[in-house]
Write a protein that binds this ligand. Structure first.
Ligand code: NAP
Length: 249
């Protein structure tokens, strides 16, 4: 089973689909209304915590789990560590390296989105929130700013922000378009989670081009687990038997 919700998980699903010896299922949380349908079977929705995931692994006779969730989907990743340890199912995480600040970047690094909202400061600013739909309420306590929010789906109800504009778009994004977006909305500061990878880096590059500060949220902690950075390494792991040390760790 592949735990998905990311472009990496989709790439892995495509690689697995081309390998007839592997029967795989891609699991989505169900946050996106219209997920891109993968070329392998998929399932949608939470498992019901660690116990629910253990039941699923046993019922579906899952041999391996690949955690290809977003680096900020920490609850799912923690549950996978616990459920795989308890059931003896080998677990591998596909995790891209975090972005590193480069010359020209003006990052303000913070530990979470609450701190990110505070880091915007007291004076009103025009803020780009490239953080998805969840946790927007944390910025409601800072109504002096005006916000531009980019979302995958058009929201059904009102967002928990007053002074807000919405742009609906699905990544991957490109640097020039993101620079044009930031310029068109006269954005003064960007808030981003340090996702790493290519799909969402455009806003960081665009901010660098424009000399804009970025409030960069560090990744949440996840318990130690075997981790690789590429689809090729996952395929290699899937092609070989698990070692005794992987089972039951
Ligand atoms: P989360 O806080 O770690 O997960 C909350 C709960 O959602 C989990 O305990 C689990 O429910 C369910 N869940 C999460 N991922 C799942 C999956 N792939 N398959 C089945 N159930 C899943 O995760 P999140 O931050 O809400 O993210 C939700 C999904 O969106 C993830 O799949 C992630 O890859 C994707 N995503 C997240 C972000 C982000 O910034 N957080 C960005 C892009 C994409 P149960 O406990 O009931 O099993």
């Amino acid at each position: 089973m592949i735990l998905g919700g990311t472009a990496d998980a989709n790439r892995l699903a495509a690689a697995v689909a081309a390998e007839p010896r592997i029967a795989a299922v891609l699991s989505f949380a169900g946050r996106t209304e219209t997920p891109r349908l993968p070329p392998i079977p998929s399932r949608i929705g939470g498992f019901g915590g660690v116990a629910g995931l253990m039941d699923y692994l046993r019922a579906e006779r899952i041999d391996r789990v690949v955690d290809a969730t977003h680096p900020f989907a920490a609850q799912m990743s923690r549950n996978a560590v616990d459920a795989c340890a308890a059931t003896g199912v080998p677990l591998l995480a596909l995790e891209r390296a975090p972005w590193q600040a480069q010359s020209g970047d003006r990052w303000i690094e913070v530990d979470d989105l609450t701190a990110a909202a505070v880091a915007l400061g007291a004076a009103p600013r025009r803020v780009f929130l490239g953080i998805g739909r969840q946790n927007l309420d944390l910025f409601a306590n800072h109504p002096q700013h005006s916000y531009l929010v980019r979302l995958v789906d058009q929201p059904r109800g009102l967002l928990p922000l007053t002074n807000v504009e919405i742009v609906v778009a699905r990544g991957p994004f490109d640097r020039d378009s993101d620079r044009a977006l930031l310029e068109a909305h006269r954005i003064e500061i960007v808030v981003a989670k340090n996702a790493g990878g290519e799909a969402a880096v455009a806003k960081i590059e665009a901010a660098r081009d424009l000399g804009l500060p970025v409030v960069m949220v560090r990744r949440p902690a996840i318990p130690p687990r075997r981790t690789v950075a590429s689809v090729a390494e996952v395929m290699d792991w899937l092609a070989h038997d698990s070692t005794p040390t992987e089972r039951g760790v």
